[in-house]
Design a protein around this ligand. Structure first.
Ligand SMILES: [Zn+2]
Length: 240
């Protein structure tokens, strides 16, 4: 069992110490980690693990039941043993890019739900570009310009982004229809981690986010594409 230490609100931590709890050929499990395991449209963190007498590059991170597996390559020296202290260093630049992108995605999703009544059916975040699929939607070029304008207007207000664990009952009550696929989260998951943009958006989410909307930068929508009858895909990048 790995404690996911970035939850609920330590999204900015990129260096930490932990203890090895499983050592396999191609992965290490720690008792706790700040590495983000891929999921929810956000890629895994990358970085390094180091211990007394060795180190390795973390190429991807995945959840496996209650464990978080750090898949490693380029192992130098001997592998650690279970119980050894391990130092983790997350690629901080990449993590920061994912934080900005994921928060931008929440802003765009909220704007589109409010203005066009379309739900976010899927999203994929990358460090340099991201996309969101909306349903039901049929955007004109003018709509796309309006979505970009309203998203940047919200970001310029520099609203506080808070993350906290909330009782499931509250989350079910406060999450607006169409904002999150709550029924896909197993019933036993309670409390839920919520990302709240002050007075603007409330959404259950386990991803990494900035603490203040101003840190996102400026959203620039680079492409709009129809993906079937009532689905629209929007791609965006962030500018400083
Ligand atoms: Zn999210």
């Amino acid at each position: 069992m790995t404690e996911q230490r970035y939850l609920p609100d330590a999204d900015g931590v990129t260096e930490f110490e932990a203890t090895a709890s499983e050592v396999a050929d191609d992965f290490l499990v720690l008792d706790g980690t700040y590495f983000y395991p891929e999921g929810g449209g956000q890629p895994a963190d990358r970085g390094e693990l180091a211990w007394d007498g060795g180190s390795a590059t973390v190429t991807t991170v995945r959840k496996n039941h209650g464990d978080v597996r750090h898949y490693v390559e380029e192992i130098e020296g001997d592998r650690p043993e279970v119980g050894d202290a391990v130092e983790g260093r997350i690629d901080a630049e990449r993590r920061e890019a994912h934080r900005r992108m994921h928060t931008a995605q929440h802003v765009v999703s909220r704007v589109v739900l409010d203005e066009y009544g379309a739900e976010t059916a899927g999203n994929q975040i990358h460090a340099d570009r991201s996309r969101i699929d909306f349903e039901p939607a049929d955007f004109s070029e003018a709509d796309v310009a309006e979505i970009e304008r309203l998203s940047n207007e919200a970001i310029e207000r520099d609203l506080r982004v808070s993350k906290a664990e909330r009782p499931r009952e509250e989350v079910e009550e406060r999450t607006e229809e169409g904002r999150a696929l709550l029924n896909l989260i197993p019933d036993h998951v309670d409390p839920l981690r919520v990302v709240e943009i002050e007075g603007f958006d409330y959404c259950p989410c386990g991803g990494t986010h900035v603490d203040s909307l101003g840190d996102v930068g400026r959203v620039e929508i680079t492409n709009r594409e129809s993906k079937g009858e009532a689905t629209e895909r929007i791609e965006f990048v962030l500018r400083d």
